[in-house]
Write a protein that binds this ligand. Structure first.
Ligand SMILES: Nc1ncnc2c1ncn2[C@@H]1O[C@H](COP(=O)(O)OP(=O)(O)OP(=O)(O)O)[C@@H](O)[C@H]1O
Ligand SMILES: [Mg+2]
Length: 379
């Protein structure tokens, strides 16, 4: 087979859902347009997931544990790279670079820092490929949120003559608004899978609610939803904004549920809300926070194209559709598999670094200007 013109890059993404590593091998043309050649994923081993979850909050001996977890993560990264090379029948020397996001364990734009655990030197050593990593810190150093970083890629891949909203449903949800004639905007909208996963794990023992079926068998509790929306000021804050597990986690949810129960008791209401109804409410919370945030931005129409693992949560997609006047589809309709978009973004950001192009959009992150993102660990 003759390889199409362009250069090979690998993107590795392990997001806040902590479900695993998604890897892609793409061929990126001189104009930055990517074509997908191979994909491979690795589930997060339970032990590592537990450790990474623990490292999301202050914990004992965390410097040592963070480095050990980084090395375990890079093992998964290296396995993913090996599978990609095997599937695409390429040698390491044919790949220009790996864009490796790392695992976010703290995201504190309010303090000016964000931490992605990673061991790029070890990854370069294990794979024999240059690694570009630490994509977020430069944007933050210039006053930005360090997130979301994917809108520039969404623009490059999906901008058209139509108004399109690209919605990534990862642990957190983020949107990119692509309106012809307008600058791109993008921001996080709030929790997506991380709360639904956590609640599902606690009540059913399953790591996530497959296709959203469990939540779909419950009923969203309108008063609880209203309370959650009202009690969290972040939802109504204007962009630029980004968030993570630091803010949205099961402790956050438990607090809201306890406050709500207390308010109900004050009004003489004693009905407990069932676990499955809470799950349905969480689906609705994601649907509402996404569509409200888009509408607050002045957009009331256009197709929403969903990517990320949440695209498989069919009940959530139906709830989204119930809250949105335009169509809701997945990016598969645009020829890009929903589960590959974020990993492709990090291959593309590695390409941007390599070709000395700025990777952030200052109007999205709030940075003082466009910046070259990431740093290189040569093989
Ligand atoms: N069949 C499915 N049904 C319902 N939900 C699913 C299914 N498969 C995956 N998911 C959801 O997708 C999540 C993983 O999505 P994804 O990898 O996009 O998120 P992420 O790792 O947080 O990424 P990021 O933070 O970069 O957006 C799982 O934790 C789960 O909640
Ligand atoms: Mg993931």
């Amino acid at each position: 087979m003759t390889a199409p013109a362009g250069s090979f890059y690998i993107g590795l993404m392990s997001g806040t859902s902590l479900d695993g590593v998604d890897g892609v091998l793409v061929n990126i043309a001189a104009d930055g347009s990517p074509s997908l050649l191979a994909r491979s994923s690795r589930n997060m081993p339970l032990e590592l997931k537990r450790e990474l979850l623990a490292l999301n909050a202050p914990t004992d001996n965390e410097l040592h544990r963070a480095h050990m977890a980084s090395m375990a993560l890079v093992d998964l990264y290296a396995q993913t790279v090996a599978a990609l090379l095997r599937d695409a029948r390429l040698n390491a020397s044919e790949v220009v670079a790996i864009g490796a996001h790392g695992q976010t364990v703290r995201h504190r734009p309010d303090h000016g820092y964000t931490i992605q655990l990673n061991a790029p030197a070890l990854l370069a050593e294990k794979t024999g490929i240059d690694v570009i990593a630490d994509f977020r810190s430069r944007d933050m150093a210039s006053g930005g949120q360090g997130a979301p970083l994917v809108p520039a890629f969404h623009q490059a891949l999906f901008a058209s003559a139509q108004t399109r909203v690209i919605l990534n449903l990862g642990g957190i949800a983020n949107v990119t608004l692509l309106e012809p004639g307008w600058p791109v905007s993008g921001f996080d909208t709030g929790p997506a899978n991380l709360l639904m996963d956590g609640w599902c794990q606690r009540h059913t023992g399953q790591p996530y609610d497959s296709e959203g079926c469990w939540g779909d068998s419950g009923k969203a509790h309108q008063a609880l939803l209203d309370w959650i929306l009202r009690s969290e000021a972040w939802f109504d804050a204007p962009p630029p904004k980004s968030t993570g597990r630091d803010q949205f986690n099961l402790a956050w949810l438990d607090t809201r549920l306890a406050q709500f129960a207390q308010r109900q008791a004050q009004h003489g209401l004693t009905d407990a809300i069932s676990a499955v109804d809470v799950q349905a409410t969480l689906q609705m919370l994601t649907a509402c926070t996404v569509t409200r945030a888009i509408a607050q931005h002045g957009l009331g129409q256009g197709t929403i194209y969903v990517c990320g693992g949440g695209a498989r949560n069919l009940a959530l997609l139906r709830k989204l559709q119930s809250q949105w006047a335009g169509d809701v589809q997945t990016t598969d309709a645009l020829g890009v598999p929903a589960q590959d978009v974020e990993a492709m973004a990090f291959a593309w950001l590695a390409w941007a670094h390599q070709t000395k192009k700025t990777g952030n959009l200052p109007e999205v992150t709030g940075a003082a200007g466009g910046r070259l993102l990431g740093a290189r660990w040569p093989a």
